[in-house]
Design a protein. Structure first.
Lengths: 198, 603
C-alpha cells in the first residue's frame, strides 16, 4: 500500500458529508493508522458545495491533499463529481452517487445546466468509477437520512480498513436511537458495491 | 495506545483548557473559533463559560477572572481581536495573576471572513507570548502549557490558530490522567499600584512589562515546542511554524527544518544555531513575513525567494512550487492540470444562498423594490447582496452599518437610506452606533433583522434569544425596548413574513429623515427553529401563473423554473425545499401561489 491514502469527499451542504468523513477518520484510526481530516465549514449549511479530505497512513503530515493526488474521490452528487474530477490522481478511483441536486443558479435561470450531464460524467470517469444509488437504498430502509452511511458502506469496499473498524466507528459516533438503522445502511452499501465490480 | 482521540484543533483546545483547570472561559462566536466554547460548554459547567456580547467583553471577563486569581480563556476569530485590543494592550502591562490564555483564530484565504489580517503582528505589538500549534496534539499540549507560562511569567499567552488548524482533525493522546485539573485560585490581594493603570502606576508597569520580555525570551529559548529536524548533508534549512510546518515536512523531507512553536518572542539563539548549520536559510510561513522580519532583526540573514507565499492559504502545492524554485532539481513533480477536459462545458456554480423560507428574504425584496441604498452589516443577511436581490451596498465590519449610514447621510446622500443589521450584530456593536445617531440628531432608518439567533456562525444564543451558552433560560432582551431606551421615538416591530406590512413600515420610515427610526423585523431562523421539519409547502397553480417572473426576484432556492412560455418560464415550487413561509404567495399579483404552512413558531 501507498504510504498515505488520500480520500476526498465532495457534495452539497446537508448531505451528511462531514459525518461520513468523520466516521472514515475514526475507522482509519481504529485500524491503527495515523489520520488527518480537513474541511472548511462556514457556509455549507446554506447550499454551497462541501469538501472534506481524509488522509491516513503510517504518518500523515499535511492535512491538505495535494491537488490531483486523491486516490479515492467520493462524490455525493453528480454535478460535484464532474466539477471535482481533476482532484483525482492518474490511478485514482471514484465512487459516485447518482443523486442530482440542481443548484439555485440553474433553477432560477441565471446559469445554464450541463447539457447531457450523465454523458459527460460517464466519459470523464470511464473505467474509473463505481456508482451507488444511496437514496434508493435509504428509502428501502425507511430512513432517508441514512443515505450517507450507504455511501460509507460502499466506500469501505474500496479502502484497506477492516469492516469492523467502520462499524465500531459508527457505534461510537451515533446515538443509540439511530445506531442500528445506520449500521444496516452501511452493510447494505457495502453489499451493494461488492456486487458491482470496480 | 493510551487515551487517543481524533479531535479537531478547536476540540483539542477545549480539552487542554479542561485538563489545565481553566475556570472561566468567554468568547463571541466567529469562524473558525466558535467550536472552542461550544466544546468547553460540554464539560457541563465545570468551566464557567459564556457567550459574551462581543470580543472586548469576552477579553474583559477573562481579564477579571485572571485578576481574581483563576485560570481563564478568551477565544475569538482574528477580527474579533481588533474589538478586544483595548483591554489587551493595558492588561499586558499589568500582567496576569491567574493564567490568561487568548485564542485568536486567523482565516488565511478568507474562507469565511472579510479580511485576512495576520494577528501574529498584533500579538507582538501586545508583547504577549505566541504559541502556534501545527496540529491537534500540539493544540492540546500548548493550551496546557500556555496557562503555566502565563502564571510563571505574568504574560498573556496567545494560541494562534488558523482555519486549517482549528477545523482539521488529527489524533490526540489526552493522557491516561485526563480529568479536570483543578488549578484552584491564586487569590486576589488588593494592590492599587499593580492593578490601577493611572499614569503614575502605568509608567512603573511599563518597565515591569519590559523586564518580563527578558523572562519570556528565556522561556522561548528553552521551549520544547521549538524543534530542529536535521537532514544530514543538506545545505538548505527551513524555518517554519504552525500548519506551514506540516506542508514543509511533507515537501522538503530532505532539508533541515527548524519548527518554531513558541514564536514570540523569537528564540534568537536557537535560530542562530540552526542558521549556522546550513548554507541557505528560508522562512516559510503563512501570511505576513512576521517570522522572517523577526529573524532578520536578530541579525540573521535569510535567503529570499520569488514564489509568492504571503497571501492566501498555503498548501503542499504552493510549497512544491517553492521547491522547484529553490532546489531546481525537478524532484517535485510538475503541477497537475487543474482544468477539465475540453468536452466538459462551463459548469454552473453553487454559491451559498439565503435558505428557503429565510426570514431575511422579504426585507431585502422590499428594500430592493423601494430602491433603497443599504448600508449593510455582517451575518447571514449579507447574502442579501447576492443577485437577484442585490440589495446591499456596503459591508465593512460588524456594527459598521449604522455609523456608516449616518456618515453617508451627513455627506449629503439623497435618497432612501437604510442601515441593515442582525440581532447578534446589533448587540455586539450596533447599539453604540444607534446611540450616536440619536445623540447627534440623525435621521436614518435602522432595520434590525431579529431572527433570535446568531445564524451565520451556526446558531449560537445571544441576549435576544433568552438562553445562555449552557442552554439555561435567561432575560430575553428586546431590541425595540433597547432602541426606545436609547432615545429613538419611531420604533416599529413587523413580522418578516407579512410582506404588505413590511412594505408599508419600511416605506414610511425611510421617508422620514428628520429623526431616527428603528424597524425590528422578527421571524425566527428556519434552521435554528427547525421550521423546515413537517411544513406544508407552498404550491403554484400552473394555470394561473402568468410567467411574470416576480417570484423569481425573491431568489428563493425553492422556487424553480417550470413550464416554458415563449421566452419566459412559469414558476414551480420544489416541495422538498419549500418550508411554506408564504412570502412568494404575497408577491404574486395573480394569486397563482397557494400558501402552505410553516411548522413551528414563526416569531
Ligand atoms: C468582530 C467580529 N466578530 C465575529 C465575526 C463573525 N460573525 C460574522 S456574522 C456574525 C453574527 C451574525 O449574527 P446576526 O447578526 O444575528 O445575523 P444572522 O447571521 O443571524 O443573520 C458573526 C459572529 C465577525 N465577522 N467579526
Amino acid at each position: 500500500m501507498k504510504d498515505t491514502v488520500n480520500v476526498t469527499l465532495v457534495g452539497v451542504g446537508g448531505q451528511g458529508i462531514l459525518l461520513t468523513s468523520e466516521i472514515l477518520g475514526r475507522a482509519a484510526a481504529l485500524a491503527g493508522f495515523d489520520v488527518k481530516k480537513s474541511e472548511v465549514h462556514g457556509m455549507s449549511q446554506r447550499g454551497g458545495s462541501v469538501t472534506s479530505q481524509v488522509r491516513f497512513g503510517r504518518h500523515v503530515y499535511s492535512p491538505v491533499i495535494p491537488f490531483g493526488e486523491t486516490d479515492v474521490l467520493v462524490a455525493f452528487e453528480k454535478l460535484e463529481a464532474v466539477r471535482c474530477f481533476a482532484l483525482l490522481s492518474p490511478g485514482g478511483k471514484a465512487l459516485v452517487d447518482v443523486r442530482e441536486i440542481v443548484p439555485v443558479t440553474v433553477s432560477s435561470g441565471q446559469q445554464v445546466p450541463v447539457a447531457d450531464q450523465d454523458g459527460v460524467l460517464a466519459r470523464l470517469y470511464e473505467g474509473r468509477a463505481v456508482y451507488t444509488d444511496s437514496c434508493a437504498v435509504a428509502r428501502k430502509l425507511g430512513n432517508m437520512r441514512t443515505s450517507n452511511m450507504v455511501i460509507a458502506g460502499a466506500l469501505s469496499m474500496m479502502l484497506d480498513i477492516p469492516g469492523e473498524c467502520w462499524v465500531d466507528a459508527i457505534k461510537a459516533r451515533l446515538p443509540e436511537k439511530i445506531r442500528d438503522i445506520n449500521i444496516r445502511a452501511f452493510e447494505e452499501g457495502s453489499a451493494g458495491l461488492s456486487e458491482t465490480s470496480v | 495506545m493510551g487515551n487517543v482521540k481524533l479531535l479537531s484543533g478547536n476540540e483539542a483546545i477545549a480539552a487542554g483548557a479542561y485538563r489545565a483547570g481553566c475556570a472561566v472561559a468567554a468568547a463571541y462566536p466567529g469562524t473558525p473559533s466558535t467550536e472552542i466554547l461550544e466544546n468547553i460548554a460540554k464539560f457541563g459547567g465545570r468551566i464557567d463559560c459564556e457567550w459574551s456580547v462581543n470580543e472586548k467583553v469576552a477579553m474583559e471577563v477573562a481579564v477579571g477572572a485572571s485578576i481574581a486569581g483563576v485560570r481563564s480563556l478568551a477565544a475569538m476569530k482574528h477580527v474579533g481581536l481588533n474589538v478586544a485590543m483595548d483591554p489587551l494592550m493595558t492588561y499586558t502591562y499589568i500582567g496576569t495573576n491567574g493564567g490568561l490564555v487568548v485564542v485568536s483564530a486567523d482565516d488565511p484565504g478568507m474562507h469565511s471572513s472579510q479580511n485576512e489580517q495576520d494577528n501574529r503582528v498584533l500579538v507582538k505589538f501586545a508583547r504577549a507570548v505566541q504559541l502556534e500549534p501545527s496540529d491537534s496534539q500540539e493544540a492540546y499540549d500548548m493550551t496546557r502549557a500556555a496557562f503555566d507560562i502565563s502564571e510563571r511569567t505574568g504574560a498573556i499567552v496567545f494560541l494562534r490558530m488558523t482555519t486549517r488548524t482549528s477545523h482539521s482533525s488529527s489524533l490526540v493522546d489526552l493522557g491516561e490522567d485526563y480529568e479536570y485539573g483543578d488549578a484552584g485560585s491564586r487569590g486576589y490581594v488588593k494592590d492599587i499600584t499593580r492593578y490601577v493603570s493611572v499614569p503614575a502606576n502605568a509608567r512603573a508597569m511599563r518597565f515591569r512589562a519590559e523586564e518580563r520580555s527578558k523572562a519570556l525570551l528565556a522561556e522561548s529559548e528553552a521551549s520544547e515546542f521549538n524543534r530542529e529536524f536535521i537532514a544530514e548533508g543538506s545545505e538548505i534549512g527551513i524555518v517554519t511554524s504552525a500548519v506551514a510546518y506540516e506542508y514543509a515536512a511533507e515537501v522538503f523531507p530532505d532539508c533541515s527544518i527548524l519548527k518554531l512553536g513558541f514564536t514570540n518572542p523569537l528564540p534568537e539563539k536557537r535560530v542562530r544555531k540552526f542558521a549556522s548549520r546550513v548554507k541557505r536559510l528560508y522562512v516559510v510561513e503563512e501570511l505576513d513575513h512576521v517570522l522572517r522580519d523577526a529573524i532578520e532583526c536578530a541579525g540573521v540573514k535569510t535567503d529570499r525567494f520569488k514564489t509568492e507565499l504571503s497571501m492566501m492559504e498555503l498548501n503542499p502545492d504552493r510549497l512544491r512550487e517553492l521547491r522547484r524554485e529553490i532546489m531546481g532539481d525537478g524532484s517535485a513533480a510538475p503541477a497537475p492540470k487543474r482544468s477539465l477536459p475540453d468536452f466538459v462545458p462551463q459548469l454552473p456554480t453553487r454559491p451559498p444562498v439565503l435558505c428557503a423560507g429565510c426570514s431575511h428574504r422579504g426585507v431585502f425584496y422590499i428594500l430592493s423594490k423601494l430602491g433603497a441604498t443599504v448600508s449593510g452589516d455582517i451575518g447571514c443577511y449579507t447574502l442579501g447582496c447576492v443577485p437577484p436581490l442585490s440589495a446591499m451596498d456596503t459591508t465593512i465590519c460588524m456594527g459598521a452599518s449604522i455609523g456608516a449610514a449616518f456618515g453617508m447621510a451627513k455627506a449629503g446622500f439623497r435618497g432612501r437610506l437604510a442601515a441593515v443589521i442582525g440581532d447578534s450584530t446589533f448587540f455586539h456593536s450596533g447599539m453604540t452606533g444607534l446611540l450616536d445617531v440619536v445623540y447627534n440628531k440623525g435621521g436614518i432608518t435602522v432595520v434590525v433583522l431579529d431572527n433570535r439567533i446568531t445564524g451565520m456562525t451556526g446558531h449560537q444564543d445571544n441576549p435576544g434569544s433568552g438562553r445562555t451558552l449552557l442552554g439555561e433560560p435567561t432575560v430575553k432582551t428586546s431590541i425595540a425596548e433597547v432602541a426606545r431606551a436609547l432615545g429613538v421615538r419611531r420604533v416599529r416591530e413587523v413580522s418578516a413574513y407579512d410582506i404588505p406590512a413590511l412594505e408599508t413600515a419600511l416605506k414610511e420610515e425611510l421617508d422620514v429623515t428628520d429623526e431616527p427610526s428603528v424597524v425590528v423585523v422578527f421571524g425566527s431562523c428556519v434552521l435554528a427553529s427547525k421550521r423546515n421539519v413537517g411544513a406544508i409547502p407552498d404550491s403554484v397553480d400552473s394555470a394561473a401563473c402568468k410567467a411574470c417572473g416576480a417570484c423569481f426576484k425573491l431568489g428563493c432556492p425553492a422556487i424553480v423554473r417550470g413550464e416554458k412560455v415563449g421566452e419566459r418560464f412559469k414558476a414551480s415550487i420544489d416541495p422538498a425545499a419549500c418550508i411554506g413561509c408564504g412570502v412568494c404567495s404575497q408577491v404574486c399579483r395573480f394569486g397563482a401561489i397557494r400558501s402552505g404552512k410553516t411548522a413551528g413558531n414563526l416569531a
